[in-house]
Write a protein that binds this ligand. Structure first.
Ligand SMILES: [Zn+2]
Length: 199
């Protein structure tokens, strides 16, 4: 299954009814292609656009940082229509982001949510260094996640882990988790290598 899914996606996307494990594997495989310069899904043609005109059925939801170096569709090697992406500095889930994620999970029945933090995150760095006066609302969401003595990498990972935990506590998402229709995981993107470490 592992090797067939990416191929199926090229010709028959979108595929519906993927398990959380299958969806995560597609993302992991896509990231491996990105890391090894073997991208498959860079289909930005008008055919692709027109094929999606009737609607979308993204299998994955990504909550990622707005950082211009971390582009979910590229780092997971996915075409239009596959990922429902929520981006905000520091990849936190305030009420607005949460609403967007809940909406996608319920309406599109996406089976995987990835909270994607990244190396050298400026938002987390600002909070860690008490220099976050320009992003007070975001800082208020990041700050409780950080532990005394965290360095930047551990703080970024801790922020991801904390966001995953808060999503798992959401009533609507918890129901889908309990029914095994959804999984929520954290990831840490390394800018240097392009590799995403699943936390
Ligand atoms: Zn960032």
């Amino acid at each position: 299954m592992k090797y067939f899914l990416p191929i199926l996606f090229i010709f028959f996307a979108p595929i519906v009814g993927l398990t959380p494990t299958e969806s995560l594997q597609i993302l992991v495989d896509g990231n491996n292609r990105y890391v090894t310069n073997k991208l498959l899904f860079a289909d930005h043609s008008s055919d692709k656009r027109l094929a999606l005109i009737g609607g979308q059925k993204p299998f994955g939801i990504i909550l990622s940082c707005s950082d211009s170096r971390v582009i979910p569709e590229i780092v997971f090697d996915q075409s239009a229509g596959n990922l429902f992406v929520v981006r905000i500095a520091g990849n936190v889930a305030g009420s607005v982001e949460l609403e967007s994620i809940e909406f996608a999970a319920k309406v599109f029945e996406s089976s995987i949510i990835v909270v994607l933090g990244h190396e050298s995150c400026g938002a987390v760095r600002a909070v860690l260094n008490n220099k976050a006066k320009d992003i007070p609302a975001i800082a208020a969401l990041i700050k409780p996640a950080l532990r005394k003595g965290d360095n930047l990498e551990s703080a970024i990972k801790q922020n991801v882990v904390s966001t995953v935990a808060s999503l798992k506590n959401n009533a609507d998402l918890k129901k889908l988790l309990d029914e095994k229709k959804l999984d929520i995981v954290g990831g840490y993107y390394k800018i240097k290598t392009g590799k995403i470490e699943i936390l």
